[in-house]
Every structure is written in structure tokens, then in C-alpha cells.
Design a protein around this ligand. Sequence first.
Ligand code: NAP
Length: 246
Amino acid sequence: MRLEGKRAVVTGAGQGIGRSIALKLASLGGHVAVVDVNLEGAETVAGEIAGAGGTAKAYKLDISKADEATEVMKEVVADLGGIDILVNNAGITRDNLIIRMSPDDWDRVIRVNLNGAFNCIRAVARTMMSQRYGRIVNISSIIGQVGNIGQANYAASKAGLIALTKTAARELGPRGITANAVAPGFIETAMTETLSDKVKEDFAAKIMLRRLGSPDDVANVVAFLASDEGSYVTGQTVNVDGGMVW
Ligand code: NAP
């Protein structure tokens, strides 16, 4: 699998799964725009890539802001000459039971996780259409398929991402653009480290491979979907969950 010279944007790449995806795409020869609301994190990751001999630049973007997304994608196109790969990875949680969830917590999660991906796809679609080439990968979650107690906002946003992916695949396919979703299960990152040992053990018991996932497990599948080897796969959701949901 090679991505020599392919121009890639990864959102939420300042840490966790996004960081692993950015490092992986760069290790395969991609030129990576490391995008995050936290510029310091993005700069650190861009520095790691450069240190390993790759090509990367950090950009600050809050993906929930449509105008900001348009501006930053324009900047990336000016810097790299185009965008071949968009990985919509940035996401947040604001967990609570429905009866206790504030409308603000509902809105914020939908605005970041779902609107954010829409904002970025909208901002790169014309560029990819004129190139007649593009790879869009949206990071969903198995929670978007089965729901989870305390995560109504998150589950709805991740289910919405699957529908957004299928629609993007239909609208953009005729222009040579694929759109797929990756649905991780339980991956060890900052997002999951605050969970209690009991919750982690309960999750682990449901995983057929009997181990939690790593960010690299997700990055490997994203790299395949972003590569030419994945060129005949579109509109799909690939679960990367060690065998939790099927
Ligand atoms: P993470 O460690 O919390 O990293 C998420 C990154 O996104 C952070 O750098 C965060 O910056 C950034 N971010 C947050 N809001 C943003 C915004 N509005 N605009 C741009 N960047 C923003 O999360 P992760 O575990 O790596 O998860 C990455 C993706 O995988 C998410 O979409 C998540 O839902 C999905 N996922 C994770 C798991 C898992 O088990 N970890 C499972 C299924 C799906 P700040 O830290 O400054 O907020």
C-alpha cells in the first residue's frame, strides 16, 4: 500500500486515533494536513511526522464552524495543490442519560461529530470533483449501530455519519470519489481512559479477540480505504472492533 504524494487531511489529528492515522498516511508517503482544534497537539504530531522524514503541516480548525472549515481547506489546497484524502476523525463525547442530558450537550456533540464532518466534506468536495479523484473516510463508531446507555447524542451523531457516508458515496461516486465509514469498537485513547475498570472489563468480555483495540488498528483500515487498493470500496462501514458487533 503506497500513498506517494497523496494530499491528505486528517481532523482531530492532535492525539489518539487521528494522530495514528496521520502518522500512518505519512509513513506511506502521503503529505498530511494535521488538523485539530488544539493547534499545539497538531504541531507536535506534524513535528513527529517531519522527524520521521515525512511531510506534514499543522492547521487549527474547529470543525463545527462551517466558515472556518471552508477557509482552512482553502489554505490546505493553496499549500498542497489539492486534497486527495479527507479523514473526518475529530469527535467528542458529553455523556449522560437522556433524562439528564442538557440540550447544550446534545447540540455540541451533534455539531462537532456530525455537522463537523459535513462541513469538511462540503469544503473539499468541489476540489475532489474537479480532480476526479478523492477518498473520504468518516470515523463513526459501533455505538452508532447499537446505541449505548448514556450516549444518545454520541450514538445519534455516529449513526448520522453512516448515512452521510452513504449519501456522499452516491453523490460523489460518479466523479471518482469513494466515501466509507470506519466504526471502531473500544480503542485505548484519552476518550476511553476515564472509564472505570469495571466498564472496561465489561467491554473486553464482549470482544471476541479478548483485547482492547489500539489507534493503529484503526489507522491500518483507514489507510487501506484511502489507498488505491481500496478503490472499488464505497458506501461501506467497516467495523474495527475485535468482533463485538456484526
Ligand atoms: P480523542 O483522543 O479525544 O481525540 C480527539 C481529537 O479531536 C482531540 O485532539 C480533540 O482536541 C480533537 N477535537 C475535538 N473537538 C474538535 C473540533 N471541534 N474540531 C477539531 N478537532 C477537535 O479521541 P479518540 O479516541 O482518538 O477518537 C477519535 C475518533 O474516533 C472520534 O471521532 C471518536 O468518536 C471515534 N471513536 C473512538 C473510539 C474509542 O474507543 N476511542 C471508539 C469509536 C469511535 P481536544 O483534545 O483539544 O478537544
